[in-house]
Write a protein that binds this ligand. Sequence first.
Ligand SMILES: Nc1ncnc2c1ncn2[C@@H]1O[C@H](COP(=O)(O)OP(=O)(O)OP(=O)(O)O)[C@@H](O)[C@H]1O
Ligand SMILES: [Mg+2]
Length: 264
Amino acid sequence: MENLIEIADVRHTFQTASGPLPVLDGLEVSVPEGGFVAVVGPSGCGKSTLTRLIAGLLIPDEGSVFVHGARVTGPRANVGMAFQNPVLLEWRTILDNVLLPLEIVASPLSKTEKQDRARKLLALVGLEGFENKRPSELSGGMKQRASLCRSLIHQPEVLILDEPFGALDAFTREDLWQTMHKVKAEEPFTAVLITHDLRESIFLADQVVVLSGRPARTQFTLDVPDTGIRTLDHLYTPEAAEMLNILRHQIEVAQGRVPAKDVA
Ligand SMILES: Nc1ncnc2c1ncn2[C@@H]1O[C@H](COP(=O)(O)OP(=O)(O)OP(=O)(O)O)[C@@H](O)[C@H]1O
Ligand SMILES: [Mg+2]
């Protein structure tokens, strides 16, 4: 199958006031259409920089970034993004916050169809009845649910999630993971998730990419079998424990704490 996103041998160095800072050095990531890839790696290694490559906000010094077979040469409108901080606009209702991307990206939908779509997404994430509330009236988890709807409203070809659940408490986070599976079943998307949570990576993704310390290269890739709708019980199986162990070892290698085992 042709990959929707193809990042091949990417290298990039930032020029900073204190000199050149090599950030990416041999980045390889492929995401098939409908795929869900999680990216993990040490803090500051270049994960958010990777998301900027996909969104076309950064053109690398070397190597190539292709989306849908076309080289990325500038900012792409058809990308949905959600971050650790949901940044909803307080002067807008939740419904109007979700509709925001449709004011920027051209859409063939009528005003009523846009609103219907926003309401449908909000209902899907459990926010039915909150359409006319303001962001400050919602909990952190609810804001993040609204932010997810906003990132999907224009049916982006790629959904980029940069630690969207990082600031939530453990139980809310697990709730959101299950919501993600539910949303993907109803509204198929292709996603790249940046996370520091290994359990989250194997719960949500069908492939986990481990980046090395800075400058980041693709150090290791793990395929996660069985990508249907998962329950939390899945995380307590021996298979899950084995995957988590492999990933934890790879993170320690990336952090330079231990040498790589011959057999991961
Ligand atoms: N525009 C820029 N100019 C200069 N340096 C930058 C720029 N953007 C990022 N950096 C540096 O590049 C490195 C990688 O940054 P990036 O934000 O990609 O890391 P990260 O893996 O997302 O980190 P974290 O896990 O803390 O979110 C950091 O050292 C950062 O300071
Ligand atoms: Mg980051």
